[in-house]
Design a protein around this ligand. Structure first.
Ligand code: BES
Ligand code: ZN
Length: 452
């Protein structure tokens, strides 16, 4: 990675300011002493206060509510994701930005729906290789197919949806055995407790629909449906030529320096996984980024600031990859930092730390700037430098741009909130105080980089 001269001098300044807070990978940076530093720090800091005084927790909570409750789950390529994009675009326009909508294609995919006869929806993922169903789906009793061995199937399996547990041998063999037994469909349930269905490699393509469900769902179906001869309805549809979109707002430096200044990117994904209102993941990061767009709009800055609200993160970071692919060589040269926010507002009580995930686990200009800021402003939470990908900072990192994902986690274990990727990822589990903390920390950090 190329270290630009300007960037490195800023980094040095940040390290010096934060010398007692220098980040060691995986270790806590105890900001308990931050209040002291703040009290004793004469230049804590009119600039920071300009940001902090305006970051409005109530407004961010309203935006989380709109995204997660009014719109709800915002799966990549769906109308709901587009509604979220429209909401973000209009909001940015209302703040006076000229906004670019960047449309991109996403791979064809299959989407499933599974309902019991008493209208209980079951979380389902469709692995590639599954067959499709008619529009109205297939309705059938369940056959308890055990592990899916040949000997687990009887004549009774014919025409039914086979419910098969993960484990002991391959998914492809299980599905093949079900097909040979004449099953009308297959549901594979996990053998370990995870909040979301896994995405098994099943081989194929098969003529019958195949879905993946959680361990909890599989066990519930065995007990409440299979054992009682009730039915389920399974629908698998194919979606082709689907589009997602990024929404981009740029704040140009003043006076306009004609494309020669450094660029700081703030990013947040606004899509969610199916069935999850995505309040934490990631209406929280979206709402903080929107608030920073509002707060920072009118403040003079000598660097360029770009807000990238990206779609299709949950299906493989597609929005941020596309965003980065559209940057010119000159844009990338000028890019000194990416602050990515993903899951910054959980109220889960164990998530007392703000993790700064970098792809290589190393400190960079973003972690050092955030540490220096936390020291000045007295951020209550511990900041932890940690090695982790799995969010949009990866796309920036891959382009050589120093990048961090800010994410709340439990210290030491690095556990995420238990609501992650479930229908419980709702606004009841979002903390206005933690939204404010993220907004203050990242807002003041960004401002310290871009201001004159
Ligand atoms: N919001 C999560 C971020 C995350 C980061 C989760 C680190 C867990 C650890 C993100 O939206 C997500 O769920 N990412 C996917 C991977 C992505 C490439 C589809 C994941 O971690 O499963
Ligand atoms: Zn996310």
């Amino acid at each position: 990675m190329k270290v630009r001269k300007k960037a490195s001098s800023i980094m040095l300044a940040a390290v010096l300011t934060a010398s007692s807070l220098y980040a060691v990978p995986g270790q806590f940076v105890r900001t308990a002493e931050a209040a002291e530093i703040k009290a004793g720090n004469p230049d804590s800091n009119a600039f920071d206060q300009k940001v902090i005084a305006r970051v409005d927790a109530a407004r961010m909570m309203e935006d989380v509510s709109y995204l997660s409750e009014t719109i709800g789950p915002r799966v990549a390529g769906t109308e709901a994701e587009k509604q979220a994009a429209d909401f973000i675009r209009k909001r940015l326009e209302s703040y006076g930005y000229t906004v670019e909508t960047q449309e991109f294609g996403i791979p064809d995919k299959m989407i499933g729906d599974l309902h019991t006869s008493d209208q209980q929806g079951v979380l389902i993922t469709i692995p590639s290789g599954s067959g499709l169903t008619p529009e109205e789906g297939i309705t059938s009793e369940l056959f308890d197919g055990g592990l899916g061995r040949v000997s687990d199937f009887t004549e009774d399996a014919a025409g039914k949806i086979a419910l098969i547990s993960r484990g002991e041998f391959t998914f492809a063999e299980k599905v093949t055995n079900a097909v040979n037994a004449g099953a009308a469909g297959v549901l594979i349930y996990n053998n370990v407790d995870q909040p979301a269905p896994s995405n098994p490699s099943i081989g194929g393509p098969y003529d019958i629909p195949v879905g993946s469900i959680t361990k909890a769902s599989g066990e519930a179906l065995l007990k409440d449906v299979a054992a009682q001869n009730k039915t389920v309805t399974l629908t698998v549809k194919s979606f082709k030529n689907i589009k997602s979109q990024n929404i981009i707002a740029t704040k140009h430096p003043k006076p306009n320096k004609g494309g020669e200044t450094d660029i700081v990117h703030i990013s947040a994904h606004f899509d969610s996984v199916p069935f999850a209102p995505g309040a934490s993941d990631n209406a929280s990061g979206t709402a903080v980024a929107l608030e920073l767009a509002r707060v920072l709009k009118s403040y003079p800055a000598d660097k360029e600031l770009r807000f990238a609200f990206v779609g299709a993160e949950e299906i493989g970071l597609l929005g941020s990859e596309y965003y980065v692919s559209q940057l010119s060589g000159n844009d990338i040269e000028r890019s000194i930092a990416n602050f990515n926010m993903d899951m910054v507002g959980t109220a889960w009580e164990n998530a007392t730390a703000i993790y700064m995930n970098t792809l290589d686990g190393k400190a960079n200009i973003v972690t050092e700037t955030a540490l220096a800021t936390a020291g000045r402003i007295g951020t209550p939470s511990e900041l932890v430098l940690y090695q982790r990908g799995a969010s949009d900072h990866v796309s920036f990192h891959d382009a050589g741009i120093p990048a961090v994902n800010f994410i709340r986690r439990e210290p030491v274990t690095a556990n995420l909130e238990p609501y992650y990727h479930t229908p419980l990822d709702s606004i009841e589990h979002i903390s206005a105080d933690r939204m404010k903390e993220a907004g203050d920390l990242i807002g003041a950090s960004v401002y310290s980089l871009i201001r004159k």
